[in-house]
Design a protein around this ligand. Structure first.
Ligand SMILES: [Zn+2]
Length: 408
């Protein structure tokens, strides 16, 4: 349970009441308590108390509310009243940051909230800010998304140094993949994915792990070439999880010899049928971070495992270079906005929305059409600060907060 919970409930209820003409909202108080570390299982226990306190406070005049708030505001988390963002470490030699959207649907609010920090910091330190369209999954890449991403990022960030398509960089990824094979740090695995999962679960090595470098190069070539080569699903390139990371005994099964590239012959919206071997995100991200000399990465907490995998690959491929300083920003969880690209695309197909810029959606094109000032999102992020704490918020409360900045 949170320290000083009773005072905090009262403090946040007062704060919210003052902001909304004397009437506090229990959802807003709850959301503030989540930011203080309240756990879901404890909600039941505090909700009645919140309602009771709100009832009490609503009987006070606005002046009385303000008076009492001043007395107890110190118990509220420092972050609530902090302004601006902290300085980044290690930025003496310049700052290079990135955002890697997948072109599988429209960019939406969720992307902006967790990635706007990269844009803000790149601007602050006069560094570079790359947008790399992560289009190495030919099955999910949608042609329409490419121009939408560029339009959306130009509007909301306004400081993109360069746009790139990962699919234009396949030869670079292949070069690094081959390097891993030649150094014995990766291998071509011909086990079925079910079989590999079973072996990995038991912390054992699959038979392909012992193949010689020559055999691996031969198999890699059989992945790249269709004629007499492997078919889809018959072979994947796997990273050899290093001994110092526990190899196949790494405590996290997701870290054991994870895949780096696979065959997929579906036509790609840009590259058409030019390639059949596609890198997975962890390989392409790591290679780009090395090649583009990425210095700092701020990303969603849901990418923690991927960042760990990327760090392992980076240590092998980026010798003499420094893995980017990484911060995992807490998620904003909306209670009532659909933020799955796949589901949005699906719903548009079914005619539930008129298009990517339907005013009921929280996509970038819709927000732009609705007249939001992109700086409002930056100001919101600055006020929120660089935090690992998740925030639960309703659409109404969020847009009320944005409106406050929209007028500035
Ligand atoms: Zn295998």
């Amino acid at each position: 349970m949170i320290k000083n919970i009773d005072k905090k409930i009262r403090g946040y209820a007062l704060k919210n009441a003052i902001h909304y003409n004397g009437k506090a909202n229990s959802g807003a108080v709850l959301s503030a308590l989540f930011n203080e570390g309240l756990e879901k299982k404890d909600v039941k226990g505090v909700i009645l108390e919140i309602q009771r306190v709100i009832g009490e406070i609503s009987k006070l005049s606005l002046d009385k509310q303000k008076e009492e708030y001043e007395k107890i505001r110190d118990v509220l988390s420092e972050r609530e009243s902090r302004e601006g963002l902290p300085e980044l470490p290690n930025c003496e030699k310049g700052v290079v940051m990135r955002f890697r959207p997948a072109p599988s649907g429209p960019l939406h609010l969720g992307h902006v909230i967790s990635n706007v920090y990269n844009s803000i910091y790149a601007e602050k330190y006069k560094g570079k800010f790359y947008v790399i369209i992560d289009d190495t999954d030919p099955e999910t890449a949608i042609k329409e998304a490419y121009t939408e991403i560029k339009k959306g990022c130009d509007w909301v960030f306004g400081n993109v140094t360069e746009y790139m398509n990962a699919s234009d960089r396949l030869e670079i990824y292949y070069k690094y993949a081959k390097k891993l094979l030649l150094n014995g740090r990766a291998y071509v695995c011909t086990c079925s994915s079910e079989k590999f999962k079973e072996i990995a679960k038991e912390k054992k090595e699959c038979p392909c792990r012992k193949n010689s470098i020559d055999e691996n190069i031969e198999h890699w070539n059989k992945m790249l070439v269709k004629k007499n080569g492997f078919k889809e699903g018959e072979a994947v390139l796997r990273f050899k999880t290093p001994e110092e990371e526990g190899g196949m005994e790494n405590p996290n099964p997701a870290m054991r010899d994870f895949p780096l590239a696979r065959i997929n012959e579906s036509p790609h919206p840009i590259q058409k049928k030019k390639y059949r071997v596609w890198p997975l995100m962890n390989l392409s991200v790591t290679v780009d971070d090395i090649e583009l000399k990425m210095t700092h990465v701020i990303r969603g907490k849901d990418h923690k495992d991927n960042a760990k995998r990327q760090e392992m690959i980076y240590k092998v491929l980026g010798i003499g270079k420094k893995f980017p300083w990484t911060f995992f920003i807490g998620r904003i969880k909306f209670t009532d906005i659909e933020l799955s690209k796949r589901k949005i695309v699906e719903a548009i197909k079914q005619g539930k929305y008129s298009g990517w810029d339907d005013s009921k959606l929280a996509t970038l094109s819709s927000l732009k059409k609705r007249g939001y000032n992109p700086d409002a999102f930056k100001n919101f992020a600055e006020e929120r600060g660089l935090t690992e704490v998740d925030k639960v918020i309703s659409q109404k409360d969020f847009f009320q907060a944005i409106e406050k900045f929209n007028k500035i």
